[in-house]
Design a protein around this ligand. Structure first.
Ligand code: CTP
Length: 397
């Protein structure tokens, strides 16, 4: 996604400047060309050499550098995105007023690229009506803002906003800012992820090996494409994706209820979850003591969520299912596509090396109800999610 993109990273004077080294490094690692512009204050916190080392590009900090006479125009004009992180109250005030008294503010004034700010300051400074008015002005000009969040500030703990958003959150917002809006922009996407678990007794459950990785990557990817995303997740240790509304559930019945509740307003449903297909017929109220010895567990099938919600689907909803098979995957996937009344199905063969549960990679084949077959070779689950979202966009185009 970042390959070949040009990002100007403006860094102003706040303690959080050190975190932006990680941001510059990650953008560079993902293929972006990152030009760092430091304000005078920023250079007091992190030196240019550090940023030069991670971006492998010269760092600018002044309007008056040799050979840099037109940098303030050129840098911003060739950028795909300008990120200012941390953005101090002072930078926001100067930008709102249209001042051009250093390289960073001049560059901002001369640029037509999207701008993303990550404010960081004392909580009183952020709450101050002057800062809020400047923020409102910048938002009204189409600038984007991520954070600030609540949490520890340099001066101690705080329960009010002021702390800069974390680098991975800034990165997710940056990705959403540079994307050209496509068919998923503004659409409501519901994604399910992870396993579900069914109680045997109050301490024991029946579950499966699903990690939730594929569903979480799909939710993050759909949000980056501008969608309004709801993620309904069974137990998973994946981190909550930026921007996504997360609902946690435990059992297949709870997942079915959560899907049913949201489906009426949905444009796309992606059932990436691996809900438990069986549950104990009569879960015990008290812990089963080991001293009782062996026992047989009677299992009954759970609801098939896709089938159970088929009637509730709005007519123009794109329903996407998954099928994890062991052998004859395409054939079985095609049968499932029709049985579950789907528009598309993503087929996995668990026997393929590197594909399936609890790994970071996947290889799939995407089938749609018109007969299109799209093989997606082995790659990271984030890249597979991109291919699936591309296919959904094409299907809806
Ligand atoms: N699915 C569902 N409700 C369930 C089980 C699965 O909606 N109780 C969904 C999955 O999220 C997936 C699709 O159905 O999108 C196919 O899941 P899979 O487990 O492969 O299918 P099953 O219906 O369980 O078929 P089988 O066990 O016969 O292979």
């Amino acid at each position: 996604m970042w390959q070949g993109r040009r990002v100007v990273l403006g860094v102003t004077g706040g303690i959080a400047a050190y975190k932006c080294v990680l941001l510059a490094r990650e953008l560079t690692r993902q293929g972006a060309e990152v030009d760092v512009v430091l304000s005078r204050g920023a250079a007091e916190f992190v030196g240019p050499v550090t940023f030069e080392a991670v971006t492998r590009r010269p760092v600018r900090s002044s309007l008056w550098e040799r050979d840099g006479a037109l940098d303030h125009v050129a840098l911003g004009q060739r950028a795909d995105l300008v990120v200012v992180a941390p953005a101090t109250a002072h930078l926001m005030a100067r930008a709102a007023a249209g001042l051009a008294d250093d390289l960073l503010t001049s560059m901002l004034l001369a640029s037509t690229a999207p701008v993303l700010l990550a404010p960081a300051m004392n909580d009183e400074m952020f709450a101050n009506p002057a800062t809020q008015a400047n923020l409102a002005t910048l938002l009204s000009r189409g600038w984007r803002v991520v954070g600030p969040g609540v949490g520890a500030l340099a001066e101690g703990p705080s329960d009010r906003a002021g702390r800069m958003a974390e680098p991975d959150e800034i990165l997710a917002h940056a990705a959403r800012a540079v994307r050209v809006p496509g068919p998923l922009a503004g659409r409501r996407v519901i994604v399910t992820a992870g396993p579900t678990r069914e109680p045997i007794d109050p301490v024991r459950v029946l579950t499966n090996r699903s990690s939730g990785k594929m569903g979480y990557r799909l939710a993050a990817g759909a949000w980056q494409r501008g969608a309004v995303v709801t993620l309904i997740s069974g137990p998973s240790s994946e981190r909550e994706p930026t921007g996504v509304a997360l609902t946690r559930v435990d059992t297949t019945a709870q997942m079915a209820a959560a899907v049913r509740e949201r489906i009426a307003g949905g444009d796309v449903l992606i059932m990436a979850a691996a809900p438990a297909d069986y549950r104990p017929a009569s879960p015990r109220d008290a812990k089963l003591p080991r001293s009782e010895g062996g026992f047989a567990l009677e299992l009954v099938p759970t609801d098939d969520i896709l089938l159970a919600t088929a009637r509730d689907r709005p007519p123009d909803l794109t329903a996407v299912g998954f099928a994890l098979e062991t052998g004859n995957a395409i054939e079985k996937g095609r049968a499932k596509l029709h049985r579950k009344q789907l528009d598309m199905i993503v087929v996995n063969d668990a026997l393929d090396p590197g594909a399936g549960f609890d790994v970071d990679t996947n290889a799939v084949t995407i089938l749609d109800r018109h007969g299109a077959v799209t093989p997606v070779s082995l790659r990271s689950k984030a890249a597979v999610a991109e291919a699936i979202l591309d296919a959904i966009e094409q299907f809806r185009a």
